[in-house]
Design a protein around this ligand. Structure first.
Ligand SMILES: [Zn+2]
Length: 119
């Protein structure tokens, strides 16, 4: 299993989201993970919960993650705003790694990466 797929699994990413890239930079003591969704994906409306909301536009966002060993860790993702088929309007989707309670999930990421690195 690749580091990318381990990372995706640990983040609890559903089928829409995949980890495209995990980059370690030992000189800068930095880890960058890029997450994206495939072309043609639809999302659940964050207001009414109806599936099938299509992306309207998107913004690149960065989150500071827990440190992984001595590495400063960042997550990068293109986060879409979607147009709800039920008429809620154009809303930013919730990303699974910043949901309430995701601290436990992020902890798991660190553990999974430790295993990946030690191989
Ligand atoms: Zn809606």
């Amino acid at each position: 299993m690749s580091t990318e797929s381990l990372f995706a699994k640990a983040l609890g990413l559903c089928s829409q989201w995949g980890v495209m890239e995990v980059v370690f930079c030992p000189e800068e003591k930095r880890l960058d993970s890029t997450i994206n969704f495939p072309r043609g994906s639809t999302f659940t409306c964050p207001v009414c919960g109806v599936p099938g909301a299509k992306p309207y536009d998107s913004n690149d966002e960065t989150w500071r993650h827990l440190n992984f060993f001595q590495y400063t860790t960042y997550l990068h993702a293109r986060v879409p705003r979607v147009k709800c088929p039920q008429g809620c309007g154009i809303k930013k989707v919730e990303v699974p790694w910043v949901r309430p309670g995701s601290g436990l999930t992020l902890r798991t990421v660190v553990d999974v990466l430790k295993e990946a690195i030690s191989d």
